[in-house]
Design a protein around this ligand. Structure first.
Ligand code: NAD
Ligand code: IPM
Ligand code: MN
Length: 375
C-alpha cells in the first residue's frame, strides 16, 4: 500500500485533546505497520476556536474538511461557552461538519467486548455477546427543523420552540444505510419513532414500511415507539440488530446503549453520507466522513488525564475500515483494544486505575504484538 491519506484532526475541547493524542498514536503506528502514508492536519474546532477566532469552525477549516479523505473529531463544548447564542456555540462545529459535508447517517455500534462483561451496570446474561448498531439520522429532525427560536411574550415570559421535520427523501436515505448494513449483519432492522403522537414519526413509519417493501423485503423490519425502545434496550438489548431512528432519539438512545458496553467512553461513531456503507466504501472513500466518539468534552474530568480514550481509538478503527479501505488494520486496532482491556488497561469509568496515556500505551503494545503475528 503506497497511498497518501490526508486526515483533518479536530481535537476540540475538554477531554477531546487528551483522548485524541492516544488515538493519533494508534493511527500513526497502524499506518506505519501497513505502509500507508498519512498526512495529519490539525485545526481548532469548538470552544477553543471561539477563543482563538471568534467562531466555532473557520470557513477555512470547513474547506480543509471537504478536501480531506476523512475527519477525525474529538469533542467540543464546556461551561465556559454555555452562555453563547446557538449560532455561536462550540457544538455548531460538529453540526456544521455533518450538515455541510452532507453526512446524514451516524453509525453508533454498541458492542460488548468480552473482558468488560463485569464493567457494565447490567447483568452479564443481559449483555453477553451484545452487538447492536444504532443508525442515527443526523442532518435533520428536531436539530435543524424550522421554525425555531425563542420569543418573548407580551407578559415578558419566554417561549422556546423547535420543529421536528422528516421528508420522504431524508427518511429513505438513512433507511437505505440501515437496511444495507443489516444485510451484512443479522438482517434485522428496528425502526424507532413516535408515530403515535407526531406527524414526523408517522411519515417516518410509512416511508420505512414502503422502502422496505420496495427495496429490502429480504430484511426483517419491525417498528417500535421510542419510549418502549429505551425500556427494551435495558431489559433485553440483544433482541436488536440494527436500530434506525431520527436525530434526537438516536442521540439519547445511543448514550443509553453505551452503558450496556461498560461506559460512554467506549462508543465510537462514523458519520457518513450517500452510499458510504460497509460494502461500498471502495467507490466512495474519497468523500470525507467524520469519525467521532459519541461522548462529549466531559468537563468534570477534563485535565485529569483519566478520560477513557477507547471511543476515540475505536473511531480510528471505523475510519480505517470505512474511509481508508484498511479493514484488516481496523480489525487489528479493535483486537488490540480488546486485549488491552483484558490486560486490565482501564480508566476509572470502567472501574480501573489506568491513566489515559497508559491505556494508549497498552493498546500500542498489543498492536505491535498483533502485527508481528499477522505478518
Ligand atoms: P459528556 O459526554 O461530556 O459527559 C457525560 C459524563 O460521561 C460525564 O460524567 C463524563 O465525565 C463522562 N464521560 C464522557 N466521556 C468519557 C470518557 N471518554 N471517559 C470517561 N468518562 C467520560 O456529556 P455532558 O457532560 O452532558 O456534556 C459536556 C459538553 O460536551 C457539553 O458542552 C456538550 O454539549 C458537549 N458534547 C459534545 C459532543 C461532541 O463534541 N461530539 C458530544 C456530547 C456532548
Ligand atoms: C453527539 C452530541 C452532539 C449531538 C452535540 C454536541 C451537538 O451530543 O454527537 O451525540 O447532539 O449530536
Ligand atoms: Mn450526544
Amino acid at each position: 500500500m503506497n497511498e497518501l491519506f490526508r486526515i483533518l484532526v479536530l481535537p476540540g475541547d475538554g477531554i477531546g485533546p487528551e483522548v485524541m493524542e492516544q488515538a493519533v498514536r494508534v493511527l500513526k503506528q497502524v499506518s506505519v505497520q501497513a505502509g500507508a502514508h498519512l498526512e495529519l492536519e490539525y485545526a481548532l474546532a469548538g470552544g477553543c476556536a471561539i477563543d482563538a477566532h471568534g467562531t466555532p469552525l473557520l470557513d477555512e477549516t470547513m474547506e480543509r474538511a471537504r478536501t480531506s479523505h476523512a475527519v477525525l473529531f474529538g469533542s467540543v463544548g464546556g461551561p465556559k461557552w454555555e452562555g453563547l447564542g446557538f449560532d455561536l456555540r462550540p457544538e455548531i462545529a460538529i453540526l456544521r461538519l455533518r450538515k455541510e459535508l452532507n453526512l446524514f447517517a451516524n453509525l453508533r455500534p454498541a458492542t460488548l467486548f468480552a473482558p468488560l462483561i463485569e464493567a457494565s451496570t447490567l447483568k452479564p446474561e443481559v449483555i453477553r455477546g451484545l452487538d447492536l448498531m444504532i443508525v442515527r439520522e443526523c442532518a435533520g429532525g428536531l436539530y435543524f427543523g424550522e421554525p425555531r427560536g425563542i420569543e418573548t411574550l407580551a407578559d415578558g415570559s419566554k417561549r422556546g420552540y423547535n420543529t421536528e421535520t422528516y421528508s420522504t427523501e431524508e427518511i429513505e436515505r438513512v433507511g437505505r444505510v440501515a437496511f444495507t448494513l443489516a444485510r451484512s449483519r443479522r438482517n434485522e432492522v428496528c425502526s424507532v419513532e413516535k408515530a403515535n403522537v407526531t406527524e414526523s414519526g408517522l411519515v417516518w413509519r410509512e416511508v420505512m414500511t414502503e422502502l422496505h417493501k420496495r427495496e429490502f423485503a429480504d430484511v426483517k423490519l419491525r417498528h417500535m415507539y421510542a419510549d418502549n425502545c429505551a425500556m427494551q434496550l435495558v431489559r433485553a438489548p440483544k433482541q436488536f440488530d440494527v436500530i434506525v431512528t431520527g436525530n434526537m432519539f438516536g442521540d439519547i438512545l445511543s448514550d443509553l446503549a453505551s452503558m450496556l458496553t461498560g461506559s460512554l467512553g467506549m462508543l465510537p461513531s462514523a458519520t457518513i453520507g450517500a452510499t458510504k456503507t460497509a460494502q461500498s466504501h471502495d467507490q466512495t472513500r474519497f468523500n470525507p466522513a467524520v469519525y467521532e466518539p459519541i461522548h462529549g468534552s466531559a468537563p468534570d474530568i477534563a485535565g485529569k488525564g483519566i478520560a477513557n480514550p477507547m471511543a476515540q481509538i475505536l473511531s480510528v478503527a471505523m475510519m480505517l475500515r470505512l474511509s481508508l479501505g484498511m479493514p484488516k488494520e481496523a480489525a487489528l486496532v479493535e483486537q488490540a483494544c480488546i486485549e488491552a482491556l483484558a490486560d486490565g488497561a482501564r480508566t476509572p469509568d470502567l472501574g480501573g486505575n489506568f491513566t489515559t496515556s497508559q491505556v494508549g500505551d497498552a493498546v500500542l503494545t498489543r498492536l505491535e504484538q498483533l502485527a508481528v503475528v499477522s505478518t
